[in-house]
Design a protein around this ligand. Sequence first.
Ligand code: 5GP
Ligand code: ZN
Length: 112
Amino acid sequence: MCIFCKIIEKEIPSTILYEDDKVIAFKDVNPVAPVHFLVVPKQHIASLAEVEDADEGILGHILNVCSKVAKTFPECENGYRVINNCGENAGQTVHHIHFHVIGGVNMGEKLI
Ligand code: 5GP
Ligand code: ZN
């Protein structure tokens, strides 16, 4: 079982910020910003590259949950960034699709 599936099953502890039958949001163990949490589907999908047409609904739900949880942090009032690392060239280290939400800092420098 992958590390995020273990978090979903509560075999590994995490600070859970939101959970429903389809997704879970929890704090990143190694935050890169004052706010840094991950939104993860309970269904094991390895990466964005493995998404199928039937997964469109869950992808929309994930972004909605990113927005809802970000609203609970005053640090995100002036904006935040949502990031998905897909595959080797993007540096994906956990092969269970996840969306990073980072905020609470002015990210000034932009790649795109
Ligand atoms: P990636 O590099 O795959 O986009 O991001 C994986 C993220 O998962 C990293 O930011 C890393 O800190 C986080 N992470 C890895 N293992 C754990 C864990 O056991 N618990 C939590 N909360 N985050 C984790
Ligand atoms: Zn998994």
